[in-house]
Design a protein around this ligand. Structure first.
Ligand SMILES: Cc1cc2nc3c(=O)[nH]c(=O)nc-3n(C[C@H](O)[C@H](O)[C@H](O)COP(=O)(O)OP(=O)(O)OC[C@H]3O[C@@H](n4cnc5c(N)ncnc54)[C@H](O)[C@@H]3O)c2cc1C
Length: 481
């Protein structure tokens, strides 16, 4: 798949920042990184099509500017410590301000938007027709074969006939409240979960697949790609969802429960944090935790949507997102954490943290942990004491990057019926398809890698191309102009 796109399309890849596998202590774990990332993209190449493409989530951008994992992000985090970083950030930010003034949005795209921008550029170059704001409503089924789809357009419903097949790729069901209640643990109303994908990923593809006889996998270790998330109250009343991807591994932060106890190595993967949280909170209590740090940490690394120095942060305290206490007891009572419990935990953590150790949970013990830490901090890039007030906390609850549970498919991405027979003409890819990872999260890229690969496989199968061509250079593709 990677070779195909690299050779024939505008989708070009870069090295994925050498992120090690998450469970580095498992025999055979990759320690040098195995993922790739879409190369940054100049969105001016899309012309007016730019308007069709979603912006980066405000929570993962800085003033609308997406920042790429790796060297780009590292420069922003060291802007006050290194002249080189300061020069880079100044140049990058000045260019962003110019683009905001001229185009009304960022035009230097990285991460997910770069991937989508490059895919759209490739499709446009092949004159692929794309309809936006035209949701698929029903599948056309003739004698057991899916041969079309009815979509709602501004001019009414239109039925499109498919000679080769229909591929469901509507983003799983992270925003389907009913299915969340049914499949997700510890979500009594379905609303406690803070999903990160766009709200339109609400289970349409899953329901369409079921209408043709498909079924949702129920045997996965977890129904969703867990991520610790905090709810961000904006001035206009909207509530954003912030994914805690990079702050948990930095030195000088711990995650605690309502009784003040830690429950996990916070520098492990996002999935592991939430899985441990769900396990640790007693059944009769809401599933929530707090990330706790001191002033030094807050200004050095930021916490959630609170950015590091020199970005101001007082408004996040006023809006109730960031809790502050001059002592740990005061912080605990602002959060609803047991004060003696929190004090005991921080004292015990600090006693070892002063020597760079975390005997209780082993922060810094795996290559993945250390990658998430601060390379400039020693002796352990993930461990520092939490000592000098004021102290801060952000409430963090279970959320997800999307669903793992999805339609059961075969190795050709064909949707299977209740007897595990392929439904003719129907394919699923991305999160509409049950994750091939079995509901686990072993490494970065476990969503997008399989999504791209099975989209590619589905298309080749529908086109009737040889299965063995999957690993070689495809013979029947047109080169991009
Ligand atoms: C902040 C964040 C960071 C992430 N980072 C990573 C990462 O580093 N690596 C990784 O592997 N994964 C990552 N993910 C997860 C990854 O982005 C998703 O798993 C992936 O985008 C899912 O792709 P998809 O095609 O299944 O669905 P989506 O990308 O959600 O696309 C589905 C599309 O279908 C549309 N749609 C919905 N209903 C209909 C309908 N009825 N008709 C027509 N269209 C419809 C939706 O509007 C949407 O545009 C991240 C996710 C988030 C939110």
């Amino acid at each position: 798949m990677v070779d195909f796109f690299q050779a024939h399309t505008a989708l070009q890849f870069q090295d994925g920042n050498a992120i090690p596998d998450i469970h580095g202590d498992t025999p055979g774990a990759g320690s040098g990184g195995r993922s790739v990332i879409a190369a940054p993209f100049d969105a001016r190449q899309l012309g007016r099509r730019v308007a069709d493409i979603r912006r980066t989530m405000p929570e993962t951008a800085f003033l609308g500017m997406p920042i790429q994992a790796g060297a780009d992000l590292a420069a922003f985090l060291t802007v006050t410590h290194s002249l080189r970083s300061a020069a880079y950030v100044t140049q990058r930010f000045t260019r962003h301000l110019y683009q905001l003034a001229r185009y009304g949005r960022a035009m230097h795209w990285v991460n997910g938007v770069a991937l989508i921008g490059r895919l759209v550029r490739s499709a446009d170059a092949l004159a692929v027709e794309t309809w936006t704001a035209s949701p698929a409503k029903r599948l056309a089924i003739d004698d057991g074969r899916v041969d079309g789809v009815t979509v709602a357009t501004r001019d009414g419903e239109v039925t499109l006939r498919a000679r080769r097949g229909v591929v469901l790729a509507a983003g799983g069901f992270p925003h389907d409240i009913g299915r969340r209640r049914r499949y997700f643990p510890r979500t009594p109303t379905g609303r406690e979960h803070l999903a990160l994908p766009p709200e339109s990923a609400c289970g349409d593809g899953t329901a369409l697949g079921e209408s043709a006889g498909g079924h949702v996998s129920t045997g996965l270790a977890s129904p969703a790609a867990w991520c610790p998330v905090s709810a961000v109250p904006y001035r206009d009343g909207r509530v954003g969802h912030f994914p805690h991807i990079i702050d948990r591994g930095k030195p000088g932060v711990i995650g605690v429960l309502a009784d003040g106890r830690r429950f996990v190595n916070e520098a492990h993967g996002y999935y592991d944090y939430v899985a441990a949280l769900i396990e640790a909170v007693p059944e009769d209590q809401p599933v929530e935790s707090w990330l706790v740090c001191d002033h030094r940490f807050l200004r050095r690394y930021g916490l959630g949507i609170v950015r590091p120095v020199p970005v101001p942060f007082g408004h996040w305290i006023r809006r109730g997102y960031l809790k502050r206490g001059h002592t740990l007891e005061q912080l605990a009572s602002h959060c609803g954490i047991d004060p003696p419990g929190l004090t005991r935990t921080v004292e015990a953590y600090n006693a070892s943290a002063r020597h760079g150790e975390d005997p209780e949970f082993g922060r810094g013990s795996t290559p993945y942990n250390r990658k998430q830490g601060d390379p400039a901090h020693g002796p352990n890039p993930c461990v520092a004491p939490i000592e000098k007030g004021p102290f801060y906390a952000v409430k963090v609850v279970p959320g997800s990057f999307g669903t793992f549970a999805g339609l059961v498919t075969d190795a050709s991405a064909r949707v299977l019926d209740a007897n595990d027979r392929p439904i003719p003409g129907l394919y699923a890819a991305g999160t509409d398809m049950a994750s091939i990872m079995g509901g686990f999260y072993p490494a970065g890229g476990v969503n997008l890698g399989p999504a791209m690969t099975f989209g590619y496989i589905a298309a080749r199968h529908a086109a009737g191309l040889d299965a063995d061509a999957l690993t070689g250079t495809p013979s029947k593709t047109r080169d991009m102009p």
